[in-house]
Design a binder for this molecule. Structure first.
Ligand code: AP5
Length: 228
């Protein structure tokens, strides 16, 4: 199954991507995670991308396309993949379509997680992450037992550089200007499924799973195809 998860920053792409990956045994590819790792390691990609990320701007398309082409060529993507955070521009979407077409493949579904700007600001400004194990906390809805300390590994909690209020506002603007047009692009292609992502994590997950299960059942009934 080949999937794209689309949605505002903080709509839950990462949270739901991990769950789909566990349920369906296909890798979740978060371009944001790959870039943050590159920044941490100080690679050339990280140096180029870091200054855009800090400001809540998109990293240039040429860098992103190269990164995704390399990642999708890996063996673990043969049975499918979940793209979380890519594409984010029409150019990226067209490049992905062309890349899949070359291999006689198509996207099976584009999952749009629908949330309001207000929910995003609330979620992201209160998000904290463990510097050691990466566990996700939210000071409003999922606080750690001890302030600033991870419940699982006692690592220190930190706030993502781009989760400061002024950068969240910038990321929202960038989405509305550069990424929102993808919703119409995928609606026209018939691949778009929209989910109310203001619901509780479990409920959103169950709704997505229901749609994907019926999709994989249909594919099995149709027999092996290039889109499976
Ligand atoms: P990226 O890491 O992709 O950031 P983002 O899209 O802004 O997404 P987030 O990771 O903040 O949120 P999410 O939607 O994954 O939500 P999550 O599950 O974490 O990109 C970062 C930067 O990299 C970009 O700004 C850009 O510079 C660059 N970049 C990346 N890809 C690029 C591309 N293709 N082209 C150009 N540049 C690119 O959840 C968020 C919080 O909400 C968590 O605390 C979670 O616990 C909570 N939460 C989740 N679901 C729920 C729920 N249902 N109810 C309540 N809380 C919830």
């Amino acid at each position: 199954m080949r999937l794209v998860i689309l949605g505002l920053p903080g709509s839950g792409k990462g949270t739901q991507g991990i769950r789909i990956s566990e349920d369906f045994g296909i890798p979740q590819i978060s371009t944001g995670d790959i870039l943050r790792q590159a920044v941490k390691e100080g690679t050339e990609l990280g140096r180029k991308a870091g200054r855009y990320m800090e400001q809540g701007q998109l990293v240039p398309d040429d860098l992103m396309v190269e990164l995704v082409v390399q990642r999708l060529a890996k063996e673990d993507c043969r049975a499918g993949f979940i793209l979380d955070g890519f594409p984010r521009t029409i150019h990226q979407a067209e490049t992905l379509d062309a890349l899949l077409k070359e291999k006689d493949m198509v996207l099976d579904a584009v999952l749009k997680l629908q949330v309001s700007d207000e929910a995003v600001i609330r979620r992201l400004s209160h998000r904290r992450l463990c510097s050691r194990c990466g566990a996700d906390y939210n000071l409003l809805t999922k606080p750690p037992k001890e302030e600033g300390i991870c419940d699982h590994c006692s690592g220190g909690l930190y706030q993502r550089e781009d989760d400061r209020e002024e950068t969240i506002a910038q990321r929202l603007q960038v989405y509305h200007r550069q990424t929102k047009p993808l919703e119409a692009y995928y609606r026209d292609s018939g691949a778009l499924s929209i989910f109310d992502a203001e619901k509780d994590v479990e409920e959103v997950s169950a709704n997505i799973k229901g749609v994907l299960k019926s999709l994989s059942t249909t594919q099995l009934a149709q027999g092996p195809t290039s889109s499976g």
